[in-house]
Design a protein around this ligand. Structure first.
Ligand code: FAD
Length: 388
């Protein structure tokens, strides 16, 4: 069977893959989306990392282009500014802008993904779950997908592949085997761990919901973003290994008692909000943070990468998803403007690569400045997670 014309096979039905599916269907493309995980609408979302995300105007602009903004915003919580928890003083809201037109939004990754998947399916995209890209024959234009549940495989013809399969992209690895993509990954010496602030006994939020909470402590910090089920996701950013300054690090906090003692000393006000600290600490992994640099994002007209698969970045500017969403709009636009896929992919890469590199740099600058200007709390507050 030959793949039909104007057909694209998207690898990864995460945030960027699902949004791109909607945009392309609305432009008349025939779209198949292959996702390694099961359908989150059936078995719950097993996203694995960064439970919620800051959605900024860049991302909303892309959602509007797909008529997805209203549906997403029903799950979003406004963050008017940051609330900084230092010492014993009551935190006050530092607004991002003059009024509620200059805000960012917290959205649960699972809710966001499900909304986008529903819209993609309603727009006519075919969704294939439990189908992880395994290998690609770019000469015969056939891709092999593996069902992680029983290891069975199936081979599928394609016209072109779009890699929206995240930082560990299998499509990127397959492309790299055919043509050197000039890939380099820089891992940070900080990692992260997530914890949860549950709702109060009466079902309300335990702390101010319309804010991004920050507990800055120099070389490390906690942040908390609200979720619409009245919880907060707390993220601790901390070095993996203790440095010469003897500061705390994940490698010293292997057991829960040591971690609890660290929180009692450095984050007592946050710890008081996390009744299941021991369970969360033991159960949630330490995540890695890295910047991915690629010299080439596409393989002539046969494959192209976007989102984290092309330019994963550290989260200190809160823009990875927002940037991935912008990629989707840009790629859809270039596919509209160019009948030839190789030309469209090249134009997309030429437009987006410098923008992504700039955002990667800003995210890394924020991290370095956070790390190095440890004594200047005011400065940190201005710079850290300045998301809008
Ligand atoms: P992903 O979201 O990673 O989606 C990839 C999809 O592909 C997944 O569904 C995966 O299951 C699937 N997949 C993987 N391999 C295969 C395969 N072989 N075959 C088929 N499918 C496959 N960004 C923001 O904008 N704001 C924030 O506040 C923010 N906070 C963050 C906090 C942390 C701690 C981290 C780590 C990241 C944060 N980001 C944030 C970045 C954001 O998470 C990413 O930029 C975004 O998820 C990228 O979307 P994506 O669709 O490209 O990749």
């Amino acid at each position: 069977m030959n793949a039909p014309a104007r057909h694209l096979t998207i690898i990864g039905a995460g945030l960027a893959g699902a949004l791109l599916g909607i945009l392309l269907r609305r432009r008349g493309w025939d779209v198949d989306l292959y996702e390694k995980r099961g359908d989150p609408r059936v078995q719950g979302y097993g996203g694995g990392r960064s439970i919620n995300l800051a959605l900024a105007e860049r991302g909303r602009h892309a959602l509007r282009a797909a008529d997805a903004d209203d549906a997403v915003m029903r799950h979003a919580i406004m963050m008017r500014g940051r609330m900084v928890h230092v010492g014993d003083t009551e935190p006050v809201l530092q607004r991002y802008g003059r009024d509620d037109d200059e805000v960012i939004w917290s959205v649960h990754r699972g809710d966001l993904n499900i909304v986008l998947l529903d819209l993609a399916e309603a727009a006519g995209a075919r969704l294939h779950f439990d189908a992880g890209l395994d290998s690609v024959n770019f000469d015969s234009r056939r891709a092999v997908f593996r069902d992680p549940r029983d290891r069975s495989t199936r081979e599928v013809p394609f016209q072109a592949l779009v890699g929206a399969d995240g930082a560990g992209s299998a499509l990127r690895a397959a492309m790299h085997r055919v043509h050197d993509l000039g890939q380099r990954s820089d891992f940070l010496d900080h990692g992260y761990k997530e914890l949860e602030i549950p709702p109060r006994g009466d079902g309300g939020f335990r702390i101010e919901p319309n804010a991004l909470h920050i507990w800055p402590r120099g070389h490390y910090m906690c942040i908390a973003l609200p979720n619409d089920e009245k919880t907060f996701t707390v993220t601790l950013f901390l070095p993996h290994q203790a440095g010469a300054d003897g500061g705390p690090a994940f490698d010293q906090l292997g057991d829960v008692d040591a971690a609890r003692a660290f929180f009692e000393r450095d984050f007592p006000s946050a710890l008081a909000l996390i009744p299941d600290f021991d369970r969360d600490w033991a159960g949630n992994p330490v995540g890695q943070l890295a910047t991915l640099y690629l010299e080439r994002w596409h393989l002539d007209g046969r494959a192209v990468l976007l989102g984290d698969a092309a330019h994963a970045m550290v989260p200190f500017h809160g823009q990875g998803m927002n940037c991935a969403f912008e990629d989707c709009v840009a790629l859809a636009g270039h596919l509209d403007a160019n009948a030839d896929l190789a030309t469209a992919f090249a134009a997309f890469e030429a437009e987006r690569k410098p923008d992504a590199a700039a955002i990667q740099r800003m995210a890394l600058d924020n991290y370095l400045e956070m790390r190095d200007r440890v004594d200047d709390a005011d400065y940190l507050l201005q710079r850290e997670l300045e998301l809008a």
